[in-house]
Design a binder for this molecule. Structure first.
Ligand SMILES: Cc1ncc(COP(=O)(O)O)c(C=O)c1O
Length: 386
């Protein structure tokens, strides 16, 4: 773990509130924002160093992703997951959102369908529309223990309608599920059987917590022929504003598919994004390990706080991410729980219905913050119900 301290430090609230990012500018100052997927931890030192150095040299021009970005992605994938990636099979893109929309445009003819599995990251719905495609929902299902899993029967039914693509969220936001290898094997088999492209959004992959193991989709037998992976350092190292992500392919067919993206795209990647991503992937692993240890502490703290203060909330601790998907259906349906926590408790959370119909009565809580903020948020949420 090197010399990085655990838990990772977080500035005082008054200092956090000076940040100008979306999380801190959306609500009035009396509201605690536990919403959008940005974290409150101080940046990793290798990242601050590379950015400071670039600013000091007025090195603020266009990005030059190759060859360092591909080499860094390959190095990290091998070190973290034993996944061999060819550096030149990596294509830089502005962000995961842009990459996904462009991939959908490249594989969908007008009016063709794309499958997603709600509850899921809300922009998935918008990306499909933006690409001019039709949406088919194959919702997750909750098993007997309350764990949200891919519903492989629903996926088979959806693939039977011959969609052009499936956007796999792996790990899955908002439920924090790390899909099992055997589940992913079935997804790959179904995709082959029905001729469906899989776009595997793996942005949360570095954020797999203790007790779970991530399977890169392209390492599943047959997947590399029909799937591409989208990856980024933006969630794990908090770099969303810097604009850099990567498409990874593992076969000539998928390399040709990714090759259809607009060539001008390389000029739309953030220079700071590339610098910070390369620093994160090559020198940011000790910090990432400290982050995961910190999130483990917060995940346990959240469980204890919920049990002690709002025991009616049901949840399954996430296997990945710093996002908790809380079942508040005893409080109300639709967005009612979220509205109550905001209006009476002054705590902002993401309303479950934004993630699709299965999200009615749920909220998503971001615990990528200090123990003090988390404790204060749960206290306020409990008071809101009093
Ligand atoms: C599953 C998922 N995909 C994509 C994104 C957005 O990524 P980007 O900012 O690189 O477009 C997020 C952001 O939270 C996410 O959770």
């Amino acid at each position: 773990m090197g010399s990085v301290t655990v838990p990772l430090p977080v500035d005082e609230l008054a200092v956090l509130r000076v940040r100008r990012s979306a999380k801190w500018r959306t609500y009035p100052p009396d509201v605690l924002p536990l919403t959008i997927a940005e974290m409150d931890f101080a940046l990793a030192e290798p990242i601050t160093e590379v950015l400071r150095e670039a600013v000091s040299r007025s090195d603020t021009g266009y990005a030059m992703p190759a060859p360092e970005l591909g080499e860094a992605v390959a190095m990290f994938a091998q070190a973290r997951w034993g996944w061999p990636v060819e550096p030149d099979s990596v294509t830089g893109v502005t962000d995961v959102s842009t990459g996904c929309v462009q991939l959908l445009r490249a594989c969908c003819r007008p009016g063709e369908a794309v499958v997603i599995s709600p509850p899921v990251y809300p922009p998935f719905f918008d990306w499909v529309a933006e690409a001019g495609a039709r949406l088919i929902e194959a919702p997750l299902r909750q098993d007997g223990s309350g764990i949200w899993r891919l519903d492989l029967d629903a996926l088979r039914d959806a693939f039977g309608a011959r969609p052009a693509a499936y956007i796999l969220c792996s790990p899955h936001n908002p439920v924090g599920r790390v899909h099992d290898r055997d589940e992913l094997e079935v997804v790959a088999q179904l995709a082959h059987e029905y001729g469906v492209r899989v776009i595997s959004d793996e942005i949360h992959a570095p954020l797999v917590l203790e007790g779970a193991a991530f399977t890169p989709f392209l390492t599943v037998p047959g997947a590399a022929d029909i799937a591409v992976s989208l990856t980024s350092a933006s969630k794990a190292w908090n770099l969303a504003g810097l604009k850099c992500a990567a498409i990874v392919t593992g076969s000539p067919a998928m390399r040709a598919f990714a090759g259809q993206l607009p060539p001008d795209g390389r000029w739309r990647i953030g220079h700071f994004g590339v610098l910070a991503t390369v620093a994160a992937l090559t020198a940011g692993q000790p910090w990432l390990d400290a982050l995961l240890a910190t999130l483990e502490i917060r995940r346990r703290q959240l469980g204890n706080l919920i049990a002690a203060r709002i025991p009616d909330i049901r949840w399954q601790p996430p296997q990945a991410t710093y996002l908790a998907w809380l079942d508040c259906r005893h409080i109300g349906r639709g967005e009612q729980p979220c509205e109550k926590f905001l209006s009476r408790g002054r705590v902002a959370l993401e309303p479950g219905p934004r993630f699709g119909p299965p999200g009615s009565g749920f909220v998503r809580l971001n615990f990528g913050t200090s123990g003090a903020v988390l404790a204060e948020a749960i206290e306020r949420m409990a008071a809101a119900l009093g």
